[in-house]
Ligand binder design. Structure first.
Ligand code: GTP
Ligand code: MG
Length: 225
């Protein structure tokens, strides 16, 4: 088989421009973190591919946690407000951020969303990133934890193919466990692969449909019921 063509560093984009953008993003992420800490709010960046179940997991987590924490969701999406509406239907304050063509949220968009929320009346903010397993990894938002959601319906290679996302996260969720037997995907091998890429990552298996693993996920995120 012929060797794959690999882009040299700086070949695809102007590398200096990219470094400037990433540095500015980090500065704004640091300022988001300072603001959150000042207000005593914990923020969690929820990343993962399209349809892996990010919103469904946030629905389950919010339901389980809303007696204990005052929760809001910042929902990132390219164009629609569907996810923010889903959370609002459950009585969770929610702000939609549309990125237009961009495949990830950035710290500046999150800063804007934080301005629009009443931070004095919140304890916990979930930030649902745009559905994508590549771009969000490079753009920290100022959250205290980053979690990546994959699902067994995405097949057996989605962890190995996206190492940066697993390196950037503290918690990995393998969702749609109720579908594992139909898909013939082995969750043990997904977990092994995630831990090979990032030995410090905590892996939790969930089903947003049956509620499996939601309690364990609450613990893995450092939250309490
Ligand atoms: N069977 C099963 N279906 C699930 C589970 N979690 C989510 N789903 C379904 O998968 C589909 C996508 O779920 P979402 O929560 O919208 O996924 P998402 O990651 O937020 O998607 P985007 O925001 O579009 O990237 C929906 O039809 C959910 O009902 C699960 O654990 N088991
Ligand atoms: Mg969603």
């Amino acid at each position: 088989m012929p060797e794959p063509i690999v882009a040299e560093e700086g070949e695809v984009f102007d590398i200096e421009l990219e470094e400037d953008v990433l540095r500015r993003n980090r500065e704004i992420a640091d300022s988001n973190r300072r603001l959150l800490d000042e207000k005593g709010i914990v923020a969690i960046d929820v990343m993962g591919s399209v349809g892996s179940g990010k919103t469904a997991i946030l629905e389950s987590l919010s339901e389980a946690l809303k007696g204990k924490y005052r929760i809001a969701v910042i929902a990132g999406d390219v164009t629609t407000s569907i996810d923010a509406e889903r959370m609002r239907k459950r009585g969770i304050a929610s702000i939609q951020v549309n990125t237009g063509k961009e495949c990830h949220l950035d710290a500046n968009l999150v800063a804007k969303a934080l301005k629009a929320l009443d931070l004095n009346s919140l304890d916990l903010i979930f930030i649902e990133n745009v559905g994508n397993l590549i771009c969000p990894a490079e753009f920290p938002l100022g959250a205290h934890k980053r979690m990546v959601v994959v699902s067994v319906t995405e097949g057996e290679y989605m962890v190995s193919k996206h190492p940066f996302m697993f390196m950037a996260s503290q918690v990995a969720v393998i969702n749609k466990m109720d579908m594992a037997k139909y898909m013939g995907v082995d969750p043990d091998s997904l977990e092994r692969e995630a831990k090979r890429i990032n030995p410090k990552i905590t892996v939790v298996r969930t089903s947003a449909k049956t509620g499996e693993g939601i309690e364990e996920l609450i613990g893995a995120l450092g939250l309490k019921r």
